[in-house]
Design a protein around this ligand. Sequence first.
Ligand code: F6P
Length: 360
Amino acid sequence: MTKKRIGILTSGGDCAGLNAILRSATHAGCLAGYEIIGIEDGTAGLLTVPVRYRKLTPQMMDTNIMRQGGTILGTTNKGNPFKFPMADGSFKDRSDEIIAAVKGLNIEALIGIGGDGSLAILRKLAQKGGFRLIGIPKTIDNDIGKTENSVGFETAVWTATEALDRLQPTAASHDRVMILEVMGRDAGHIALTAGIAGGADIILIPEIPYSLDAVAKRIADMREKEGRNFVLMIVSEAVKTAEGKILQVEHKGEEKRYGGIGHYLGEHIAAKTGFETRVTVLGHVQRGCPPIPMDRLIACAFGVEAIKLIESGASDRMLAWSKRKVIDVPIKTAIASYQDVDAGGQMVQIARKLGICFGD
Ligand code: F6P
């Protein structure tokens, strides 16, 4: 008798912990009697003929896999199959090709590991094609609703915190304002969390409007009234200029990405305060590192619970981390409830009580 099969893919930008999910789903799936196949490069692997996939076995998935950043399957964060960019500049709906490919794999269900964008696309495909889908949330941005944590977030925060730890001594040695620009897309979770943990004096996030004058005043006060010779500042990539302009970088043939606010602020703060200012843009360092324990733990738990959900016959559900446990929620609800920073929430208030300035 042929074994029942489960397909798994990683989609969207990579982050720490993806391999840990692949490992845990493979172990739990094989233990439950399934054959696990890993689809390469997200939906891109389903668009090639023949479909690019490989069998995943517990033997391949030793503990070292769990420690590795990136995804052994590869991933993509471009090429929406419903609006696929073709070489001649036109767009084509290639969803039927993907659905046929999924059906051709004879899988009982697909485990899609992705952020809100990827999960929305995979859900649309599953609804149209009538195949079973279980979603696992991953993104350093931590902006998916209904889950306290997405895999990859904790590691990104750890990396940004460590960056602040390293910037502080050099800032103090040179009497400088150090600005750290971090990722997070439209949500300020990385900047807020790492800012508190890493002892930032100023945190700028897209959810809280700021003024350059307020930031400059805080810096002047720290120097003149509090005798501080350095300032640590962390800024989310999506923070706009004081005039409300969105700063983005264009990569040829791709969607625009945020970038540039750190240098914009560096220039203006130096001019306004006279303080020597330096800028560090952390970038993809936040994504490509070994996962810290919390991300490994959540990844292990999500992989195992995804298999349990499939065994139970469930579909269209996303795993979520809530009150130290794994629960499952409708994918639709999770992607519909975007989670950015609550500007009046407890964590922002705590930061304010610690003397952290948000530039407002
Ligand atoms: O969504 C994850 C993320 O790392 C964002 O924080 C960032 O804005 C974007 O992806 C960067 O994308 P890319 O890897 O295409 O440069």
